[in-house]
Design a protein around this ligand. Sequence first.
Ligand SMILES: [Zn+2]
Length: 224
Amino acid sequence: MKELADGVWHIQCLPGPHWAVNAYLAGDVLIDAGCRQSTGRILKQLEGHEVTAHALTHAHPDHQGASRDICEKFGIPFSCPEADIPAAEDPNVIRERQPDQFMAVFFWRIFHGPGHKVDKPIGEGDEVAGFEGLDVPGRSAGHVAFWRESDGVLVLGDVLANMDQLTLIPGLHEPKPYLTPDPEENRRSARKLAALEPKLVAFGHGAPLRDTKKFVDFVEALPS
Ligand SMILES: [Zn+2]
């Protein structure tokens, strides 16, 4: 694993392009857990690290795929944004909440993992591994990002991506509308995050970005 910032490590969840599907270890908390195919790969990268809790930015198939297996393996509690709890506990709810589009069903089918009982909701202002939870819905009903003001580190999940999710070509993008129930709400969430002027942005998809201006300018250029 590569340490991106103090106590924040990147975990590669799928073979192939290094940053295609990301999870992070923040302190001793695993943030996101890739697809159901990711379990062994994540466990291997966590070897030698203490993991005491698992939290999701949002309950989508490429973030909750290995959640149950990893929580059971370590015997650790599972946290998730409050509005995403039904989806984290029952993956059928993920499919129901996604747009009724071929690609949404396709990704759900190939990637989703089993549901798992959520022990604790996460919401605005909640502390997770020294980060503060921020409500940034749109990509899912209850998406959260994790913000550490002391060094400007933002783990933003899928509010934006630094890679095209289909072509895997690097670059800032809004999430695909056919995989996003409320793109307008998501845009408002992106503006909330850009206002923080983060120094390092860690994405669910794509390489980390250390260019605050590029991030802020991209968000400012989004249609209102
Ligand atoms: Zn994702």
